[in-house]
Structures are given as C-alpha cells and as structure tokens.
Design a protein around this ligand. Structure first.
Ligand code: ADP
Length: 551
C-alpha cells in the first residue's frame, strides 16, 4: 500500500503553480468575494457585535501586527482560552497568517491538564475571555513560558487582574489597517489542539495549513455540509475543540453568514439567535440539541429558517434525529470524527442506492450510521490479527483511518501515531457496509464483554434514550463474577419525569436481544467530559461493585 519510490523517480513535473494552501487565503477570499456578508457575535459582557468579512480581514491584519508587537514569531505558539466569538475568529486567521501556531485550550479541562498542555506547547502569549480571568490568575504562577496575557475585551470592560493583562481592543486600536501577509509553507503547523486526555496525558495534534484548507474545502461539499452563499452558519461546537469542526473556515470559503453564540448554548439563547439571525445551519454535540429540543417542546416555538443540524462527538440518538425531522422539518446530519482527523471523518448523507429503498429505509440508514466514506479520508476495519474485516455492515473491527488531514505524529512525540502505510488506529470499533456507510458500535474501552460476546453500549443507549422521561442514557460494562461484565444502564431523567426501572426495561424489551438486557437500571446524574461526552470512566468507577454479589 505504501507508494513505491519509483513513482517519484519517473515523475514528469506538473507545470501548474505550486501555490501553497494557506489559511489566510480563506479570509482573503471571503473579504474579496463575499465582503459584505455578515458576521454576528455574542460576547461575554458586551453588546452583540456585527461586522462583515471585510471587517474580519481588517481586524485580522491589526491582530497580526499586535501579535508581532508582542514578540510572536513564525513557529511560535499562541494560546487562547476563549469562547465562540468574532475575536477568537480573528485570531484563527491572524496567528497562522504570520506563520505562528494557534493553540486553542479547552477551558473545561482540569487545572492540572491546562497547566500541562500550556507548558507542553510552550505557548508564549495567552489570550483569554474575561470569564477565565480567575482561572488564569490561579494558574499563572505555574506557567513559566507565558510572557504576555491579553484579555479579549473592550477598554471599558477591561480589568488587568493579577496577571496584568493587556486589553485586546486597546492593542488593536494602536495598529493601522493593512498587512503584508508572509508566504507560509503549506505544511507548516497552524493549529495545536489537544485531545482531552481521558486516558493518560492530553496529546497535541498539530494541524498544518494544508490539512485545514483541504478539510475546509471537503466540509462544504454537497456530500458533507452542503454549503452555499445563502447559508447562515452558527457553530455550536467549540472553537477550542478541534476548530469547531472547521466551520470557521468552511463557512467563509462558501460565503456563508457566520453567527457566534459565545458561551451561551442553552436552548433559549440558541433559539433567539436562530430566529433573529436566520440561522440555516448549525452544529454541535448531542447534549446541546437535547437542551434545544426541550426548549422548543416547552415553549411551542419553531426553529425559524433552520434547515440542517450536524451532530457528532457522540452517537446521535435516533429519537433526536426523528424529532428534528418530523416535528420541525430539520435535517440531521450525523458526523463522526476526532481531534486526530481535523476533526471531520465522515458525514451521513444520502445516496441514490439508499434513496431507492424509500424514505423510511433512507432515514433508518442515515440516523443509525455515523456517516459515509468521504474523499480525503480512507477507512478500514481490521480484526484482532490486523486483517481486513468484511464490509458487510455486520462484522465489526478496529476502525483505522488515513488521509491528508489525518494525524501522522503527536506534537513532540518520538514515534509516529500512524503505521508505515499511514493508517491510524482510532480506538473505535465499527462496521462498514456496501454503500460506504460506517457505524460505530463502541469505543474500544467502552465495549461490554459478556460471556465472550460483545454488547454495544451505543446501540443500547440509542434505544434507551427514546424511552419517555429519559434525558440521558449511559450504558457501562460492570464486572460480573460469572459473565466477566454485564451492562448497567444509568439514566438521567427529565426534570419531574416519573420513570422507573420497570418502565425502562419494558421499553427496551421489544428492541433488543434478551441477553443484552441491562442487569440493573440506576437513576443518577450523568457526568460529562470536557468535550461534552458521557464520562464513562467516572461511571465505571462509581458502579464497579454493583454486581459483585450477583451469580
Ligand atoms: P476526546 O478528546 O473527547 O476523545 P474527540 O472529539 O477527539 O475528543 O473524540 C473522538 C471520539 O468521539 C471518536 O473516536 C468517537 O469515539 C467519538 N465520536 C465522535 N463522533 C461520534 C459519533 N457520531 N458517534 C459515535 N461516536 C462518536
């Protein structure tokens, strides 16, 4: 599979321009081709901000000069602790634009993890939203590499705090318009995103300009998000988590209006922006959409112009996709990806062969699979011996990926994370089918091994979450004296809902094989990770002795 070196020796050089793929060119294009298309942003404690792609370009130029004035040079890391706002967007272009690396830090991580990754990345400047001043003040003594702190605020609301933070707007006001962007090698590092470190220390994934630009072009395609210049895009996945799925690049590249919700992801706040700004497209993890749908249900409101919602990060409950379509006419696009894939891997979009089976079969396929093969990401499933498993939609195996926006090596690691042929083991277990669809059955570490057979926690959760009264369903494997492990279902009910163990088990029964029936159903608050996923490690620990007395 590795390409033979002879391929290079016999090459006739192409005679087209070797123009590097650079992130700044996306902003430059949007400013020229869609200059008056709007960008709207909520901010922590300031009024809503409105400007357009020309405005973005001008302020990115000033931000670039500001970074240089702070001593940032090509190759340096610049860190942010920031929400989804236009200022964060400006840094998304300014830092890579001068050849530096934007290191977006997830503020929901534990203090020790934030300290670890800031020190590991050796970022020299930290730009942060006002919300994080107490966090920054607390951590500053442990951050020897940071020489300048900048608060992303205006002058009137600025407070320097114990870290003597500079004010972003004051610094920008000092600079003039216009900037001579350097030519940056397309393989240079541009963004540094750390995995959340649910196992071991967080690991840095360093995206190149080339990977980001190719990824953004692919994300907008009709077989993926299907953007055009009429779309109004609101990223509800975090800018600090794998670049909000590339939306800050894919949207301008297609001339879409951009709407930023800052940190307010509750149902009512999202609804206000969706209706007022005419949002047609949004994306986020399932927990956000659970809150949003509950809001619509409670208020009887409808989602304005909203047409498509992409959901990923964890499996999309079928009930959620169904509610969006049947009650509100909104199409759900499930995506699968990971920090190591920039992060877009696959998107569940229809094909003629599936459409020919009828609407119901098409919905079923789209809602129960994570996505379909996309150009740019090769997928493969392998058995325990590393042999290809059949693509029959039934046989599951370890999911491997490769392609121009897949990781080669973690930041500052000594060995490659991908094998010699470029395959990276995702840690997920999946099936592939003849239509090119991929279905995740579990994460390797979450799979439940019962009596030598595997039970898919995702499949069980998907059924359980459709039970009336259930808000979140989490299935974990709990050690069992006879069966090795048995499934335990942890339910977080909707407020005020009266739902019992017997109700849930009766609801599950017609949908699952008998031996998958959870040994116990417990009612509890379900903990979430820093990236909004169910924290199964915590649950496994909490309930590890639950079945120890069973035979
Ligand atoms: P973390 O740091 O939380 O692991 P990532 O976003 O990199 O952050 O997590 C990637 C993992 O999330 C994938 O390997 C997969 O297990 C899970 N995941 C992402 N999208 C989906 C999806 N649509 N369905 C099921 N699991 C998903």
């Amino acid at each position: 599979m590795a390409r033979p070196p002879a391929f290079h020796r016999r090459m006739i050089p192409g005679l087209m321009q070797p123009a590097p793929l650079q992130i700044i060119d996306i902003a430059r294009f949007a400013a020229t081709a869609h200059g008056r298309r709007e960008i709207v942003s909520r901010l922590v404690d300031e009024p809503v901000w409105r400007y357009d792609y020309r405005g973005l370009m001008t302020r990115a130029e000033r931000a670039a000069k500001m970074l240089e004035a702070l001593g940032v040079q090509s190759g340096d890391r610049v860190a942010t602790l920031a929400w989804n706002t236009h200022r964060h967007l400006e840094l998304f272009y300014a830092a890579p634009g001068i050849g530096a690396v934007l290191h977006t830090v997830n503020p929901r991580l534990f203090d020790e993890q934030i300290v670890y990754i800031l020190n590991h990345a050796e970022s020299g400047v930290l730009l942060f939203d006002k919300t994080f001043l107490p966090l920054v003040e607390r951590l500053a003594p442990e951050l020897p590499h940071i020489r300048a702190y900048v608060m992303l605020s205006d002058e009137a609301r600025h407070g320097a705090g114990a870290v003597n933070a500079l004010c972003y707007e004051t610094l920008l006001a000092r600079e003039s318009d216009g900037f001579e962007w350097p030519v940056v090698d397309e393989n240079a590092g541009a963004f540094l995103c750390y995995t959340s470190g649910t196992t071991g220390d967080p690991k840095g994934v360093l995206y190149s300009h080339r990977a980001i630009v190719l990824h953004s072009m692919a994300a907008g395609l009709n077989g993926a998000f299907g953007f055009d210049a009429f779309d109004v895009v609101m990223p509800c996945s975090s800018l600090f988590h794998a670049t909000a799925w590339g939306l800050p690049f894919a949207a301008p590249l297609n001339g879409c209006k951009l709407v930023f919700p800052c940190e307010r992801m509750d149902g009512a706040s999202l609804q206000e922006l969706i209706v007022d700004e005419g949002v047609t497209f949004s994306g986020g993890v399932p927990t956000i959409w659970t809150m949003y749908l509950a809001h619509l249900e409670q208020t009887g409101e409808t989602p304005g112009e909203l047409q498509r919602v992409v959901i990923g990060g964890s499996a999309v409950p079928r009930a959620m996709a169904e509610a969006f379509k049947k009650k509100y006419g909104v199409r759900v696009l499930q995506i699968w990806g990971m920090t190591e894939t920039c992060p877009l891997g696959v998107v569940a979009t229809p094909t003629p062969s599936l459409a020919a089976l009828g609407e119901e079969a098409l919905d079923e396929a789209i809602w129960t699979r994570q996505g379909r093969l996309q150009f740019g990401i090769d997928l493969r499933i392998v058995d325990d011996d590393g042999r290809d498993a059949p693509r029959d939609g039934e046989t599951s195996g370890a999911l491997m990926v490769r392609g121009p926006w897949t990781i080669q090596r973690y930041y500052r690691a000594e060995k490659d994370a991908a094998d010699a042929d470029g395959w990276f083991d995702t840690g997920d277990i999946a099936t592939l089918d003849e239509h090119g669809f991929m279905r995740i059955t579990d994460r390797k570490k979450d799979v439940i091994k019962s009596g030598g057979e595997w039970i898919s926690s995702i499949d069980l959760e998907n059924v359980a979450v459709a039970c009336p009264g259930v808000r979140i369903a989490a299935v974990i494997g709990v050690p069992h004296p006879k069966w090795e492990e048995r499934p335990v279902l942890v339910i977080e009910a909707h407020e005020g809902a009266a739902v019992s163990e017997a109700d849930v088990l009766a609801f599950l029964a017609p949908h699952i094989v008998k031996w998958w029936t959870p040994d116990k159903v417990v009612f509890d608050t379900v903990p979430l990770t820093a990236t909004g996923k169910i924290d199964k490690k915590v649950l496994r620990d909490r309930y590890k002795a639950l079945l120890s007395g069973d035979r």
